[in-house]
Design a protein around this ligand. Structure first.
Ligand code: NOJ
Length: 507
């Protein structure tokens, strides 16, 4: 099948890799950077992260960004999706004091990328909120809409002449439901049935305000595009029964639709199934009104249509089964769905929430089109974790990427879905939040024991480089991929027997 349509990417399709500031930069208090909520949590409660790891040094990209650019050039990527550290640019979070060294750092990075023909794509917020804003209540406080918009303005003013693709937020569901739902991601707030929805609302409003600011004051000159990166989880019904199908569908609306429906649907606002379920549960629990605050016509209208394309992160799928528990007011119980990996037999990774299910990846594109019409879609993250026991031979990652990209190509060629880009997560191993450096997603291996943080390309990096240079799925890896199947089969058996229990998966 050398170069058949089935294995070839269309002209103009873009390949990239992603990272995020707290996960790679280090330099946590250098040259004027202020404290953010991850600095605070990892310093004050070090046990919250595996092995007491933190992002103080991380991959040391604050000093080694030139190495990062060389690696990107070597991979041949079309774009690099990185995030700005709010507290490096505005040390207190407020726009009255801009840190010139922070501006200089990102200017150097962006200029270095452009000089090598790599397009910079910038995420404004990838979870590292300045600590002083957290002192005000963080995203639960609607005042952050203004402060985020001020920050967005500083970014547009300083970098918008060169950054043409912007993402306001990364994975708002994680920020709302995990960081405020008691799971332990910073700021590790526990308000699973009330705070989570306040956070979601502030994020949607902040996103919309930044989008409109760009349209009104920057778009005509800078000609860039904006979206919000929303996290997709493939919820698979346990059986084909209408009840099970409805449960899985409801979960998709509760997770993806929570943020996508207000932006991409024709009517705007939260999905009806979500509004109804939360109102009902709130009443049953004795709340005088729904815990999901009303957006109201002004905001529904302001939020609707505020994205130029769909930006979606996705990694995995799980079975969705009904969860009748209504006792605790929480997103989980409002959603009414429990996730289970019981007996799935899908290839498992070393990570408790991550399995391979390429077919569901393909189904995601079809669901998005059915739900929001024919829109451009960019996959802004996709990747596979391992524990680093093999520094170079990461066959599972290659196999996963290969299978997922086969499905992506089917969605493009057979279903004619307008997918224009794919972002592998991640350029290199980095700080994987509560898992610290124990879980690795990189195409490059990083030695975190070595103070100079050397990076070496993995087999998957070579695979990706080959794929990008040919613009089609590499054939020369197929034979080796097949050989790796045997190892894989072993892993599947092992995982089914060790992880075959019902669990609630959050990510
Ligand atoms: C999504 C997040 O955006 C990223 O920060 C994280 O490292 C990956 N998922 C892998 O868990």
């Amino acid at each position: 099948m050398v170069g058949t349509e089935k294995t070839t990417f269309p002209t103009g399709f873009k390949f990239g890799v992603g990272t995020a500031s707290y996960q790679i930069e280090g330099g946590w208090n250098e040259e004027g950077k202020g404290e953010n909520i991850w600095d605070r949590m990892t310093h004050s409660k070090p046990d919250t992260v595996e092995k007491r790891h933190n992002g103080d040094v991380a991959c040391d990209s604050y000093h080694k960004y030139k190495d990062d650019i060389k690696m990107l050039e070597d991979l041949g990527v079309d774009f690099y999706r990185f995030s700005f550290s709010w507290s490096r640019i505005l040390p207190t979070g407020f726009a009255n004091k801009i840190n010139p060294d922070g501006i200089r750092y990102y200017n150097n990075l962006i200029d270095g990328l452009i000089a090598r023909g790599i397009e910079p794509m910038g995420t404004m917020f990838h979870w590292d909120l300045p600590q002083p804003l957290q002192e005000l209540g963080g995203w639960q406080n609607e005042a952050l809409v203004d402060y985020f918009t001020d920050y967005a303005k500083v970014l547009f003013e300083n970098f918008g002449d060169r950054v043409k693709t912007w993402f306001t937020f990364n994975e708002p569901w994680v920020i709302a439901a995990l960081s405020h739902g008691g799971v332990g991601l910073a700021p590790a707030t526990h308000s699973p049935g009330v705070g989570v929805y306040l956070v979601g609302q502030t994020i949607l409003k902040s996103h919309a305000r930044a989008y409109h600011l760009y349209q009104e004051s920057f778009k005509s000159k800078q000609e860039g595009r904006l979206s919000m990166v929303i996290h997709w989880f493939g919820y698979v019904p346990k059986t084909d029964s209408p009840e099970d199908v409805a449960v899985a569908e409801k979960a998709k609306q509760f997770k993806f639709g929570w943020f996508a429906h207000p932006i991409f649907s024709a009517e705007g606002d939260y999905p009806k199934v979500m509004k109804d379920a939360i109102a009902k549960k709130s009443a049953e629990q004795g709340f005088p009104r729904s815990r999901l605050p009303v957006l109201g016509k002004y905001w529904v209208d302001l939020i609707r249509g505020t994205a130029d394309f769909i930006a979606v992160n996705t990694y995995t799928s799980l079975l969705a089964v009904p969860n009748p528990d209504t006792t605790e007011p929480s997103w989980v119980n409002d959603c009414g769905v429990k996730l289970t990996n019981d007996g799935l037999g899908w290839p498992e990774s070393v990570c408790f929430w991550h399995k391979e299910n390429a077919v569901e990846f393909g189904n995601m594109f079809r669901w998005l089109r059915n739900e929001y019409g024919d829109r451009e879609i960019i996959v802004t993250e996709n990747g596979w974790p391992e524990d680093g026991s093999s520094k170079h031979e990461d066959w599972e990652r290659i196999r996963y990427t290969h299978r997922y990209l086969e499905e992506l190509l089917t969605a493009i060629h057979r279903d004619k879905i307008n997918i224009t880009g794919y972002t592998h997560w991640s350029l290199m191993d980095n700080f994987e939040w509560l898992q610290g450096y124990t879980m690795r997603f990189g195409l490059y291996y990083v030695d975190f024991e070595d103070p100079s943080r050397p990076r070496t390309i993995k087999k998957s990096g070579e695979y990706y480089r080959e794929l990008i240079s040919k613009r089609r799925l590499p054939e020369k890896f197929n034979e080796e991929l097949f050989a790796s199947d045997k190892k894989f089969a072993k892993r599947i058996n092992l995982c089914v027997s060790t992880h075959g229990k019902e669990t609630f998966f959050l990510s």
